[in-house]
Structures are given as C-alpha cells and as structure tokens.
Design a protein around this ligand. Structure first.
Ligand code: SAM
Length: 273
C-alpha cells in the first residue's frame, strides 16, 4: 500500500495513461450525469443556451436529413436537438449511464454504447462532431487513431467539427498538490475516502490533473490530460491526416476565429471521391 501510494505521489511521465474506468464507474457516472444535466454549470456539458446556439450553427452547415454522428455525445443534449431539427443523428458514448438516459429521453436519434477509439464505420456520415474539448483530453496516439477512424466514418466530402481549448484559457500554470478527507463519501466514492489532487504542467499547453482516491483496502488513480492548441499547432496535427481544412472558428457556435479566444473550433472535410 505504501509503495503504491508513494509512486502515485510522484509526477508521472508525459501522457502516462491510467486504466481506471473514470466515465463508467457506477458512482462517478451518476454524479457525471447530474452534472451534464445541470443547466447552471458548464462542467460536463455546456449550458442549454450555448447548446442551442451550436445546434443552430451545425444545422446551417447541413441539409435536412443529413447523417450526423456525435461522438462523446453524453446524455444526448445535442443529438436530441439536432434530430428535432431534421437531421438523422447517431450518438455514441462509452458512458452506459449517459446512453441509457439518452435513449429514454430521445426516440428520434440512434444511440450506441461504445468507445470511439474502437468505432468502425465506413463512408456513413455527412458530419462527425466531437464537442466540449474532448479532443485535448486524449494522448497523441489516441488522437491520431481517432482522426483515422473519423476520416473513415465520413462520406466523401463529409465534415468533422470539433473544439479544443487554446493556451489562452486561464490556467494558473502553477503545479500544486492537495488532499481532502471525505468522511461521508463524495463525488468519487459513496464511502469515506481521502482524495489526493495534483496538477502538473509539462509545457505551456499540456497539463494533467491527477486524482488519487484512497479508500478502505483500495487505491485508484485517474490521470486527466488536458492539451490546448493554437490554430497552427492544431492545423499541423491535422495535416498528418488527409483532412482538408474548411475553416477555424472561436467556438462550437460558429463565431469567427479571434486570436485570444479560450477555445478554437475546427471544421475539416474528407476529400471528395
Ligand atoms: C466533456 S463530456 C461532453 C459530452 C457532450 N459532447 C456534451 O457536450 O454534452 C465528454 C463525453 O465523452 C465521453 N467519452 C470520453 N471518452 C470517450 C471514448 N473513448 N469513447 C466514447 N465516449 C467517450 C464521456 O463519456 C462524456 O460523455
């Protein structure tokens, strides 16, 4: 127990992954779903008014009846609205609780419970979306794997729309460690636990938040990576794939790109036949 804990208190290597199922843990996923559905916070999903503006913009880019795949769809807050606006939507997420909720509240969209890093679709969609800066939570190897899969999933001329944080996002940029005793349980566990939090920086644009949960007889660790991108860094990364850039925007609402925006949204196209 001591040596495991001691190892987890050291700064990990760049892009070291943890195996714990963060999004699918029965207790954590319950709290996550509540956070997605809370209209007063942007913590898991953006607030309803932002979602509406995104949906308006996405609908303006596609004809009625177009096939859209929303990966990391959460409880279907976008998918449901996009279906109601006449798109044929498939939502995909590996949180079973979110997919169950989405199916119960939206009978127009199709929902798939799956890891998007393993999806296998060929020439099916007019657009793939990945919304709320999830791209930057992936390590580079997973980002490239995902870009390949998205490219394959799109029809020729189909679009990939996704957002990322930029380095303008207000990080404290100070490494820190702290601990918290949750005597009555909390977000990470229904039972008493001690939570060790660490924030590490690897460069101007790469940070990681590590959460170590110490409970009776068990230690769990979650590394949450957070890579931000300038427009140039993102376009260089995408150039390694066959995507054709359409344009960059400040956010997933289609506002024109401005230097200094805390987010960046890219719209890419698959080559025509
Ligand atoms: C920040 S939330 C955003 C949810 C949704 N896009 C929204 O804005 O309401 C990220 C979502 O991606 C899902 N997710 C993360 N990694 C995934 C993976 N590898 N495969 C499928 N879903 C994933 C999570 O379960 C979560 O629902």
């Amino acid at each position: 127990m001591y040596s495991k804990l001691n190892t987890l208190l050291q700064k990990p290597k760049l892009y070291e992954k943890t195996q714990e199922k963060f999004w699918n843990d029965p207790h954590i996923s319950k709290g996550m779903l509540e956070t997605h559905l809370n209209p007063n916070t942007d913590a898991a999903s953006r607030r309803p008014e932002c979602i509406e503006r995104s949906v308006n913009w996405i609908c303006s880019l596609l004809p009625r009846g177009a096939e859209l795949l929303d990966i990391g769809c959460g409880p279907g807050l976008y998918a449901m609205r996009l279906s109601n606006r006449g798109l044929c939507v498939t939502g995909l997420d590996f949180s079973e609780r979110s997919i169950i909720y989405a199916k119960e509240h939206d009978n127009k969209s199709k929902y798939i419970w799956q890891d998007y890093l393993e999806m296998e679709f060929e020439n099916l969609y007019d657009m793939v979306t990945l919304i709320w800066c999830d791209y930057g939570a992936l390590i580079p190897e997973d980002r490239h794997n995902l870009l390949d899969r998205i490219y394959r999933a799109l029809k020729p001329g189909g679009m990939f729309l996704f957002d990322v944080f930029t380095p303008q996002r207000n990080f404290s940029r100070e490494e820190s460690t702290s601990w918290e005793v949750c005597k009555h349980g909390g977000f990470w566990n229904p039972n008493p636990y001690i939570c060790l939090n660490a924030q590490y920086y690897y460069s101007e644009n790469i940070r990681m938040q590590r959460t170590v949960i110490v409970e009776d007889g068990n230690i769990r660790c979650f590394n949450i990576w957070d890579t931000s991108f300038t427009k140039q860094a993102l376009s260089e990364e995408l150039q390694l794939h066959k995507f054709i850039p359409i344009d960059y925007f400040s956010d997933a609402e289609g506002n024109p790109f401005e230097e200094g925006s805390p987010t960046l949204c890219a719209v890419m196209k698959k080559q025509e036949w």
